[in-house]
Design a protein around this ligand. Structure first.
Ligand SMILES: Cc1cc2nc3c(=O)[nH]c(=O)nc-3n(C[C@H](O)[C@H](O)[C@H](O)COP(=O)(O)O)c2cc1C
Length: 199
C-alpha cells in the first residue's frame, strides 16, 4: 500500500475494495454456516449451467499432493436415478440429480500414504459441491448408505473407480431443519488439550 492509500485508510477507514471483500467474506461464511442436509426435493431439474457451476466449485477442492485422485459421475436421467435409488437406501426423496463421487485408485500409486487419504480428498470435493449447491438455492445430502457393487455395474464404472458417496441434489421442497451441533467448547480447545499442560 502506498503512502497516499495509507493516509486514506487512516482518515476515512477501509477503502471500497476492503469493504467489498468483507461483504463477500460475510456472505461466504453465511453459506457455510447455514448449509444443512436436504433429503426431499421438488421435481425441478438441475440444468447444465447450474450443474457446471457446482462441478467447477467441486473440482477446486484441495487434494493430497494435488493428485486429484477422484472421478465423478453426474446422473440426471430419471430412470437411471430411479435404479440408483434401488441400491441406495440412504437416498430418501427423488432427486433430479445424483452425483456419484469416486476415489480413483489408479492415481493413488507411489506414496503408500496416498492410499489412505483418497477418501478425504473426495469428501472435500463433495463438501465444495454441497456448499455451491446451497449457495444457489439447492440442497443435497452425502450418502454412504448404498451398495457399491451394483452401483458400479449399473453405471459401468471401471474397477479402479470406487464409489464412496452418492450425493442427491435438488431444490428443497421444505425449509431447512438445522441439525444440532456439539458445543464448541466440548470439541475445540486452544494451544493445549489440558490447560495444565506444561507447554
Ligand atoms: C460421510 C457421510 C455419510 C452420510 N451418509 C448418509 C446416509 O447414508 N444417509 C443419510 O440420510 N444421510 C447421510 N449423511 C448425512 C448426515 O446424516 C448429516 O450430515 C448429519 O446428520 C448432520 O446434518 P447436517 O449435514 O444437516 O448438519 C452422511 C454424512 C456424511 C458426512
Amino acid at each position: 500500500m502506498d503512502r497516499e492509500a495509507q493516509a486514506q485508510v487512516g482518515t476515512a477507514g477501509p477503502g471500497p475494495g476492503v469493504r467489498i471483500a468483507a461483504a463477500r467474506g460475510a456472505e461466504t461464511l453465511d453459506v457455510i454456516r447455514t448449509r444443512g442436509v436436504v433429503r426431499s426435493y421438488t421435481d425441478e431439474p438441475v440444468g447444465d449451467e447450474l450443474l457446471d457451476s457446482l462441478l467447477e466449485a467441486m473440482l477446486a477442492a484441495p487434494s493430497a499432493s494435488n493428485k486429484q485422485a477422484w472421478a465423478f459421475l453426474a446422473v440426471r436421467a430419471p430412470e437411471r436415478v430411479r435404479r440408483l435409488r434401488a441400491f441406495a437406501p440412504g437416498i430418501i426423496g427423488v432427486p433430479p440429480l445424483v452425483l456419484v463421487a469416486c476415489v480413483d485408485h489408479a492415481r493413488m500409486t507411489g506414496d503408500p500414504h496416498l492410499r489412505d487419504v483418497g477418501s478425504l480428498c473426495v469428501a472435500m470435493a463433495v463438501e465444495n459441491f454441497l456448499l455451491a449447491a446451497h449457495a444457489q438455492g439447492l440442497g443435497g445430502c452425502p450418502v454412504s448408505s448404498f451398495l457399491a457393487e451394483p452401483v458400479q455395474l449399473l453405471l459401468g464404472l471401471p474397477g479402479h473407480l470406487e464409489p464412496l458417496l452418492l450425493v442427491p441434489v435438488g431444490r428443497p421442497d421444505q425449509p431447512l431443519q438445522p441439525s444440532p451441533r456439539r458445543a464448541p467448547q466440548e470439541v475445540v480447545r486452544h494451544e493445549y488439550w489440558h490447560p495444565t499442560h506444561p507447554g
